[in-house]
Design a protein around this ligand. Structure first.
Ligand code: E4P
Length: 222
């Protein structure tokens, strides 16, 4: 399973990339609104940090299909590695269909997916990615990971080549579970990515090795 960073913060993105674990980035209007500076230049900066190759999802703000398509085309011109995020809905499906069929073949990530039926429709319309929001489903007492499991099952049974990005990740257990469920990608906030690294026994282990070494080999280094 690939890991994307769910962030619009250049510092976080650079740091996570240096760990060698990040295959792409997802942003959304709320994440971009938290950052300073112009949104177009921020997006270009992020795309450049990703080497112009690893995908960066950027969401449209328009609500009518024709406007979404125009906005998507403008955003797509900002960098070669942009994926256009389009919210699920009738207008969104129309826009995805046009963008994925057009000569420029803009890749779309259909966002705010909360059911298998929505995922099937997004895939049929031509989405390269679908983003089920598992944390927001858990928040209302539904089973976010269960949705990912069912989506993987359906897409596998029907040879659907749309990639499933498990989104709205709240804690490391979510990542473990969506990986078990077969999600292709999990998009993870930086805070959760950091949590994934740590285990108390790892910290204790390192401490003990250093302590034992220091008992007899104070001056020696490899
Ligand atoms: C996904 O692409 C979204 O940016 C994100 O995961 C939303 O998560 P939230 O529910 O924490 O806002």
């Amino acid at each position: 399973m690939q890991i994307y960073l769910d962030s619009a913060n250049p510092g976080e993105i650079e740091e996570a990339l240096s760990w060698g674990v990040i295959s792409g980035v997802t942003t959304n209007p709320s994440l971009i609104a938290n950052e300073t500076g112009g949104s177009a230049s921020l997006v270009q900066r992020i795309c450049k940090i990703l080497g112009g190759k690893k995908p960066v999802s950027v969401e449209v703000l328009s609500t009518a299909a024709e406007d979404m398509v125009k906005e998507a085309r403008r955003i797509a011109l900002l960098a070669p590695n942009i994926v256009i995020k389009i919210p699920m809905g009738v207008e969104g499906l129309k826009a995805v269909y046009q963008l994925s069929q057009g000569v420029e073949r803009v890749k779309c990530n259909v966002t705010l997916i909360f059911s298998v039926n929505q995922a099937i429709l997004a895939a049929r319309a031509g989405a390269a990615f679908v983003s089920p929001f598992i944390g927001r489903l858990d928040d209302i007492g539904w089973d976010g990971v269960g949705l990912v499991r069912e989506m993987v099952d359906v897409f596998t049974k029907h040879n659907t080549d749309t990639a499933i990005i498990a989104a709205s990740i709240r804690h490391p257990r979510h990542i473990h579970e969506v990986a078990m469920a077969g999600a292709h990608i999990a998009t993870v906030p930086f805070s959760v990515l950091k949590q994934m690294i740590s285990h108390p026994l790892t910290d204790l282990g390192v401490e003990r090795f250093l302590r034992d070494w220091a008992k007899t080999r104070t001056d020696e280094v490899f």
